[in-house]
Ligand binder design. Structure first.
Ligand code: FPP
Length: 232
């Protein structure tokens, strides 16, 4: 199962406590650890987390800097745990605008966890689905081959060593009901799950509730019910 999560609500979580937004992000990073551990106990083999969008660069410089520091620290501290838990960690998105320090941390984490086979954790950094689609289109020689196109999208996002995968379940915390330029192509047939829970308050039981809801959905992929039943 490929689960993708838009981790929204860190800022509001902090504001409600009179804390700076960056404190919400720090708390959010802790929840990332919790959810990765929880995913290991669920039938999830691919987990893609939206950590930083191309549009997030327009946030106040201090917040951007705090987030980028947090990502680097997460990569440095979590690599060992990922190796132990047999989690493969990779980062998708653009790489041409990240600092050499962050790039080095990404490469080290990816290399050290490359053989992880229990769960593939992908963190989206400087990511934009539209940018990926436009870049893939400009590289494509076979415009009607959808598998090839998905492969090119992966290539744009530096995820070309992974098999291209559609999203099965997209979760968004924080109460908004939108996709915010995340995995637009891969979500063509994704089931969407929205919760008001702010990301720093999200936990294993929240993930379990989303998965239980997903289990009750009838996925038809444009077919009629009976055909879908035979397919499953
Ligand atoms: C959205 O909340 C969250 C982000 C833009 C950043 C996501 C980052 C984390 C969860 C922290 C660490 C992640 C990793 C992978 C270590 P928001 O700031 O938009 O919240 P708001 O909508 O309440 O303002």
């Amino acid at each position: 199962l490929h689960v993708a999560i838009i981790m929204d609500g860190n800022g509001r979580w902090a504001a409600r406590r009179g804390m700076p937004r960056s404190a919400g992000h720090v708390r959010g990073a802790r929840v990332v650890r919790t959810i990765v551990a929880a995913a290991l106990g669920e039938r999830i083999d691919l987990l893609t987390l939206y950590a930083f969008s191309m549009d997030n660069w327009t946030r106040p410089p201090a917040e951007v800097a705090a987030l980028l520091r947090l990502f680097r620290r997460y990569l440095l501290t979590e690599t060992r745990r990922c190796v132990e838990q047999r989690v493969r960690l990779s980062v998708i998105g653009r790489r041409d605008r990240l600092s050499p320090q962050l790039l080095a941390a990404i490469e080290r984490a990816e290399e050290a966890t490359a053989t992880g086979s229990r769960l593939h954790l992908r963190i989206a950094l400087d990511y934009s689905a539209r940018y990926s689609i436009m870049e893939a289109a400009s590289r494509s020689n076979r415009p009607s081959d959808m598998q090839e196109f998905l492969r090119l999208i992966n290539e744009v996002n530096h995820a070309s060593t992974s098999a291209p995968r559609d999203v099965d379940l997209l979760i968004r915390t924080g109460g908004e009901q939108r996709l915010s330029d995340f995995l637009l192509w891969e979500c063509a047939y994704a089931e969407l799950y929205f919760t008001d829970c702010l990301w720093p308050d999200f936990d294993a039981s929240g993930l379990a509730r989303a998965l239980a809801d997903f289990a009750g959905r009838h996925r038809r992929y444009g077919r009629i019910e009976a055909a879908a039943a035979r397919r499953n």
